[in-house]
Write a protein that binds this ligand. Structure first.
Ligand SMILES: Cc1cc2nc3c(=O)[nH]c(=O)nc-3n(C[C@H](O)[C@H](O)[C@H](O)COP(=O)(O)OP(=O)(O)OC[C@H]3O[C@@H](n4cnc5c(N)ncnc54)[C@H](O)[C@@H]3O)c2cc1C
Ligand code: SF4
Length: 526
């Protein structure tokens, strides 16, 4: 076993959240090492093909899945430098003020220890750091005013525009979607060419993935990225008062120790608690930072209610981006749909390919043979879809636990146990009903709901933020209550999830946490 020379910061995971910490701390003059279990992907590895695209999707150690609605992590997670954000769709809605105070306003779920106003300046900063296209003024229908986005909205196509009549009939105002993509050239990166291959990674750099944004900044400022390096434990001092570094297995599967003044866990909402549980000691017998017993608890997912519509005309469904063209917070109030509870975020207009998740071949899973062939003939030009993301409330029974089986490094596998409650199911159904109303009002030839097993999209919780060690794992900066030089980043620190896609908020919270760490360095670092 080799022990590497102590560095200022070791970051576990080179994805969305880890790259922000790396950029801020390397620019602040800290010696930063990122340990990443997957390969060192480059833009040239991103090939616009559904077959080749599978190379960059999760590989490696599995999670065990239990509960009534098992969590479909394989599509959600990332693997390799850039993380899931290497091949995300870059939809960039933000949370709204009501997301931060559900308990105060409705007497249920959890409040955040901070408000929208604490995060808002970081949303604006992230937008200029990485490039966001959209119309901030239009969004102010639903949120407080902020800075304009640095780029105008993206181009729209018939597959998005054709829905606007239906939304108007349902009283749902749609505005240009905020996306982390270039509608114009931005900071030396090209404008989007609207070929719709975002889901396997944008090879041109028009989409703001970590490789071309924060990770590039971090590397320029001297951060070192060690790919194929899997962290298995966070190490602590004998008194159990500070972390001292991490144990990991390198590209030759040799055990190594990387000592550091600060450890940042940025390995995503499922892996961070697994690592913290595996780092238990006699001083932290239930896992690190787990005095509250809440480590691994309150896991949450989004569910979406999609609606398909087939038109007789060419709706240009191959054109655009996989990120959406229009969005709405019109049903974002927690009680917008009678008899349900939780926010809904509505979207329309994304490019479609033949197969894979965004593919029209999967739009009628009941068809086979000649019928499927005939459907695809019509669908290749006439088919389009809208989506409504729903919010699941935090439920302590939805959790991550250690399993008895172990991986190749001797680390226990983790189970993700997940079931939706009646509120989530009711909201899912209400959004399908509304989707059909919208679709019928477009004058489409055929409309139907994209129903299957209730989906689990994005993952939150497990290391939630709060005000004290008794009610949460970390504070609002991601700093653990019990071990001041242990930080946790990513969607795991959200105490409630809202209905918006998470990554804009992940970037904003990571920027806030990393800057606080840089400012308080002398009192925090071990
Ligand atoms: C297909 C797809 C589409 C998406 N679309 C959107 C979207 O439109 N908008 C949006 O907001 N979000 C979207 N997301 C979600 C978004 O990508 C994630 O929310 C975000 O990347 C999570 O950030 P993170 O830093 O927590 O994790 P990641 O970005 O996944 O990074 C975690 C990294 O940690 C590494 N790691 C894990 N365990 C270890 C270990 N033990 N040792 C070392 N390294 C480890 C992983 O390999 C990974 O690279 C999408 C995701 C997918 C997969
Ligand atoms: S549509 Fe635009 S953002 Fe998506 S892969 Fe193509 S160029 Fe990149």
């Amino acid at each position: 076993m080799a022990t590497n020379e102590k560095v200022d910061v070791v970051i576990v995971g080179a994805g969305a959240s880890g790259s922000v910490y790396a950029a801020v701390l390397a620019k602040a003059g800290k010696k930063v090492v990122l340990l990443e279990s997957g390969p060192d992907w480059q833009l040239t590895d991103l090939i616009s093909s559904d077959i080749w695209g599978r190379r960059v999707k999760p590989a490696g150690i599995p999670f065990l899945l239990e509960g009534k609605n098992p969590y479909g992590y394989a599509y959600q997670a990332g693997w390799g430098v850039g993380g899931a954000a290497l091949h995300y769709f870059a939809n960039f809605p933000r949370l709204l003020p009501n997301d931060f105070k559900i308990k105060s306003e409705h007497g249920r779920a959890l409040d955040w220890p901070i408000s929208y106003g604490d995060v808002a300046p970081f949303y604006d900063r992230v937008a200029t750091d990485i490039g966001v296209s959209g119309d901030a003024k239009a969004e102010e229908l639903w949120r407080p005013a902020g800075a304009p986005y640095p780029m105008p909205p993206m181009k729209t196509f018939r597959n998005g525009e054709i829905w606007l009549k239906g939304f108007e009939a349902a009283g749902i105002r749609m505005v240009p979607a905020a996306v982390a993509m270039n509608s114009t050239e931005y900071k030396g990166r090209p404008a989007c060419i609207y070929d719709g291959w975002c889901h396997v990674g944008c090879p041109t750099g028009a989409l703001a993935n970590p490789l071309v944004t924060y990770l590039a900044d971090a590397r320029k400022a001297g951060a070192e990225v060690r790919p194929l390096s899997t962290v298995t434990r966070v190490l602590t001092n004998t008194q159990g008062t500070k972390v001292t570094g991490v144990e990991y297995y390198d590209d030759k599967k040799q055990r190594q120790v990387q000592e550091a003044g600060v450890v940042v866990l940025a390995a995503w909402a499922a892996q961070n608690p697994r690592l913290m549980m595996n780092s238990a000691t006699d001083k932290h017998p239930k896992g690190l930072a787990n005095a509250s017993g809440l480590l691994g608890k309150y896991m949450m997912a989004h569910f979406s209610s999609g609606t398909w519509a087939m038109f007789d005309e060419d709706v240009q469904n191959h054109m655009g981006t996989v990120g959406v063209q229009f969005m709405s917070y019109e049903r974002y109030g927690k009680t917008s749909h009678p008899g349900t509870f939780g926010s809904t975020y509505i979207t329309c207009g994304s490019a479609m390919k033949t197969s894979d998740l965004a593919g029209f071949a999967n739009a009628r899973i009941d068809l086979f043979g000649h019928e499927l062939h005939a459907f695809m003939q019509r669908g290749k030009r006439g088919l389009t879809r809208i989506g409504a993301f729903g919010e699941e409330m935090p439920n302590i029974e939805n959790r991550i636990e250690q399993a008895s089986d172990k991986d190749e490094f001797g680390m226990p596998l983790a189970k993700i146990i997940h079931s939706y409650d009646q509120d989530a199911i009711a909201l899912w159904n209400a959004n399908f009903e509304e989707g059909l109303k919208v679709a019928r009002a477009t004058g489409a030839k055929e409309v139907w709901s994209a129903r299957g097993n209730m989906p689990t999209i994005h993952l939150f919780g497990g290391t939630i933020m709060g005000t004290a060690a008794s009610d949460s794992v970390v504070n609002s900066y991601g700093q653990s209550h019990e071990l001041p030089n242990l930080y946790v980043a990513g969607p795991g620190i959200f105490p409630t999830e809202g209905a918006s896609n998470p990554t804009y908020t992940i970037f904003a919270l990571s920027l806030r946490g990393a800057e606080q760490l840089a400012q308080k360095w002398n009192t925090v670092a071990g």
